[in-house]
Structures are given as structure tokens and as C-alpha cells.
Design a protein around this ligand. Structure first.
Ligand code: LLP
Length: 442
């Protein structure tokens, strides 16, 4: 069975009677007119469908906790939808913790990850009562124990380990290989467990955690990861007589950015993960643990698109034709950062046949600000609306104010209704944090 991470476009994308692209029952050309561009659009139906797909895919296992990796897109409305769909949250900063807290999320469903959590962030996590903290290194073990003592609390923790698995994704988004800044090396686990059992009385070790990378299409890496985690749990039980009840295998499932991308479905990946987990719990003779998953991109990406207005264009003599949009690397850093590829259509010429090959450039002052290279589109005119698909994950969350350009707005669409969930930044927002020292004032 397919799941929405395997689609290029949101489930509700279609051509309407005006010949325009419609998403969530809303005409995207009207969205651009009413809310301005660039505009992030999130389709609620696609988002809720993938949540249900994830839940159904893993439903045969008795205890699964889905923790959405909120780094992919963290807004209060998105948090409400995911929490409504029964997801918890993987958070990595006080900003993400605060966002889900203010959205009214049950903080026991929140996990705090990260390789260098500050004392302030750990204090906030304990104050707001996050359910679990995944501890990344020896320094953090001692820091967290001290903070937990000051709060007079015992904190449930996981140990983040580096399983030594290389997956075939961009080097910057691989995390599970041995030479990584994240987590304890396998050879350091025993020392960490000894510290926790003997010295750190305010820490309660409940399980192991690993994350092998992002935008993963291979399934064998998950099998290898589960084998290592379960084997370690069995070994820790035997050596320390300590029964760990949770295994967190991270996130990473890929999405379809272009026709060439063929990610597995949530159903396929669930079968592989659950079969391997059942096989390993039998082989290593441990109680089936609670399975925690932290999918980010595969949950949110397909539900999001970005609308841009086409502005200038330039034909290089005997070279490329460049077409510029009113956004670019500050609202979508992925092409310039990872060489990521995207698919796009002209929203107001949705069904017109492609007639020219162009390169879509952004409006930022860098030659590297190219959104899409060599894409075939219908005849392009100034004022056309370009819709770039699959921008729900790691676009707004990595957006910047480069060139002091205000960040775009975001709307949530459903059944013909569009609601603002992130307001467009204003020029006053741009200077809101600026101060001029008295001596410079005239
Ligand atoms: N868990 C941990 C511990 C992670 O570090 C990550 C992502 C996830 C879960 C979620 O992974 P996902 O399911 O989204 O693949 N900015 C990059 C992606 C960085 C991912 C970082 N960690 C990009 O735009 O491709």
C-alpha cells in the first residue's frame, strides 16, 4: 500500500475549473493574491493522512510511540494537529519545547534530544515536565543529574548511541556512522551505564536511542540498527542486570522530491522494522520493548508547497534562461546547502504543456541561490505563480532573514478554507531586535 511520503504533491492537489492548481480546496493563485508570496501552504488532509498511515502501519506491535521530529517543521498549529493524531514530539531546543508546550501538548509525550543541550534548556525541560531526555555524552550525564537533583526529580533518560551504520544519503545528514558528533560510541556504553547506576541517582535509564540519517531509501540500515540496539539491550541486562524497556530507532524515512525518488512506504518500512524487532527480541531473549520512532520529513514534507511570484528573467546568449522568483535560499536553503532537487509547476498554467527549459533562480544576492536547475515549464510570464512541491520539511524550519528579507507567511488549507498559521514578517519585525547605543544617536 502506498503512503503519502511517496507522492510528489499533496493528496488534494488538482486542477480546478479556472485551470489553476487547487490544494485543500483552495485555488493557489487566489492564495497568492490574498496572502502574498512567497507563501508556504500546508495541506491538512495530507498531513493527517500520513499520521494515520504511520499509526496503521505499526498497529500490530503492542507498544509504539510516534514522536514527530519537530525540527522538520515546528509551529503551534502543526503541533496541535500532530498531538491530535496521537503523536508525541522529538524536540532539540528550548524553542521547540516551548512551542509544543504553548500549543497545549502533553509534555510527557515529549522527548528532548541534542548533542549540546544548555543548562538553561535542561532546566526548562525539567520545569515543563518533558517525558524523556536522550542523553548524548558523558558531560551531559553529569550536568543533567545535577540539574535533576536541584529540581528534586528523577528523570527518565535514553542513551543516544552511535551504531556505526553508514547510509547512502548526503554526508551532512548522515548521523549514525562511527565518526559522528552525536551519541556514545558502542565501546562507551558500559562506562555510561556504570555512572548512571552508581553515581547519578537522579537519572533513570529506560532505553537506548539511535538515529542513522535522513532522506533514507534503503531498508537494510534499519535492520542493522535494530540488531545492534537489541543486542546491546540484552548485553546490558546480562552484565548489569538492568532491563531496558525502550528502543528509539530515530527517524529518516525519505520522501519523493522528484520523479526519480522512490522512497519505501510507511507500510513497507513498518513491516521490515517490526519483523526485525520480533526476530531480534526472540534471538536475544528480551521482553519486546516499547518502540519509539522519530519521523520528521516523511510526516510533514508532502503536505507543504511554496508559492512564488515570477519576476525577471534573463536569457544568457547561447546559454541558460534564468527565471527569478521572489524567494529562494532564505526560505528554502536545501538546494544551495545540499544540492537538493525539487519539482515545480506554474499554478496558473497547471495543465499547459512544457515548452521551455529554464533555471529558477532566487532573489538573494548569491550566484548559488538557484532553486531548480533545468526544469521544463510552459511559457513563463512575469506575474505567473510558481508552486514548488514537497517543501513542508526543513524549509520554514531552516529559513533565515538573509539580505534582511522578511520570512514568508504560512497558511493551513482544508476544505476550501485557508488560515494563517505563521504571519508574514514585516519590516518592523526585521529591525525589532536592533538597538542603537546612545552614543550613536544624534
Ligand atoms: N531524530 C533525530 C535524532 C534526528 O537528528 C533527526 C533529523 C530526526 C529524528 C528526523 O529525521 P527525518 O525523519 O526528518 O529524516 N536539514 C536536513 C535534515 C537534517 C535532519 C537532522 N536530523 C535536510 O534538510 O535534509
Amino acid at each position: 500500500m502506498n503512503s503519502t511520503n511517496q507522492f510528489l504533491k499533496p493528496l488534494t492537489a488538482k486542477i480546478n475549473s479556472s485551470g489553476n492548481l487547487e490544494i485543500g480546496g483552495c485555488d493557489t493563485v487566489e492564495l497568492a493574491e490574498n496572502f502574498g508570496t512567497p507563501l508556504y501552504v500546508v495541506d491538512e488532509k495530507t498531513l493527517r493522512t500520513i499520521c494515520k498511515d504511520y499509526k496503521n502501519a505499526f498497529s500490530s506491535y503492542k507498544n509504539v510511540k510516534m514522536m514527530y521530529a519537530s525540527k522538520a517543521l515546528c509551529t503551534m498549529s502543526v503541533a496541535r494537529i500532530l498531538s491530535d493524531e496521537g503523536f508525541g514530539f522529538d524536540t532539540v531546543s528550548s524553542g521547540e519545547i516551548y512551542t509544543v508546550y504553548k500549543a497545549g501538548v502533553d509534555m510527557l509525550t515529549v522527548l528532548f534530544n541534542g548533542n549540546n543541550k544548555s543548562p538553561e534548556e535542561l532546566n526548562l525541560a525539567l520545569e515543563l515536565g518533558v517525558g524523556r531526555i536522550s542523553v548524548d555524552n558523558f558531560f551531559e550525564l553529569s550536568l543533567l543529574d545535577e540539574i535533576a537533583k536541584a529540581h528534586n526529580k528523577t528523570v527518565d533518560i535514553l542513551l543516544r548511541i552511535t551504531p556505526g551504520i553508514e547510509c547512502h544519503t548526503h554526508e551532512y545528514i548522515q548521523t549514525g556512522h562511527l565518526d559522528s558528533k552525536f551519541g556514545f560510541d558502542l565501546t562507551q556504553i558500559d562506562e555510561a551505564v556504570e555512572f548512571i547506576l552508581n553515581d547519578y541517582k537522579n537519572l533513570n535509564l529506560t532505553g537506548l536511542h539511535a538515529h542513522i540519517g535522513s532522506q533514507i531509501f534503503e531498508t537494510s540500515v534499519y535492520r542493522d540498527e535494530i540488531e545492534i540496539l537489541v543486542k546491546e539491550i540484552a548485553r546490558i541486562d546480562e552484565k548489569f542486570n538492568l532491563k531496558l524497556s525502550e528502543i528509539n530507532i530515530g527517524g529518516g524515512l525519505g520522501v519523493k522530491y522528484t520523479e526519480n525518488d522512490c522512497p519505501p512506504s510507511t507500510f513497507e518500512i513498518a513491516e521490515i522494522i517490526l519483523n526485525k524487532l520480533n526476530e531480534c527480541t526472540e534471538k536475544y531473549n528480551i521482553e519486546p520493548p516499547v518502540l519509539i520512532l522519530e519521523p520528521g520529513r516523511s510526516v510533514i514534507s508532502t503536505s507543504g508547497v511554496t508559492l512564488y511570484t515570477i519576476g525577471s528573467s534573463k536569457q544568457v546568449p547561447k546559454g541558460k534562461k534564468y527565471v527569478a522568483v521572489d524567494g529562494g535560499m532564505a526560505d528554502n536553503a536545501r538546494p544551495s546547502m545540499y544540492g537538493a532537487e525539487y519539482t515545480a509547476k506554474i499554478a496558473n498554467k497547471f495543465d499547459d504543456a512544457p515548452v521551455e527549459e529554464v533555471t529558477i533562480g532566487g532573489r538573494f544576492c548569491e550566484s548559488g541561490d538557484i532553486l531548480i536547475k533545468n526544469i521544463k515549464l510552459p511559457e513563463i510570464e512575469e506575474g505567473d505563480i510558481l508552486c514548488v512541491f514537497n517543501t513542508g520539511a526543513y524549509n520554514y524550519s531552516m529559513a533565515s532573514n538573509y539580505n534582511r528579507v522578511p520570512k514568508p507567511a504560512m497558511v493551513l488549507v482544508k476544505n476550501g478554507q485557508a488560515d494563517i498559521i505563521i504571519k508574514r514578517e514585516t519590516l518592523d519585525d526585521i529591525i525589532a531586535q536592533d538597538e542603537i547605543p546612545e552614543r550613536l544617536k544624534k
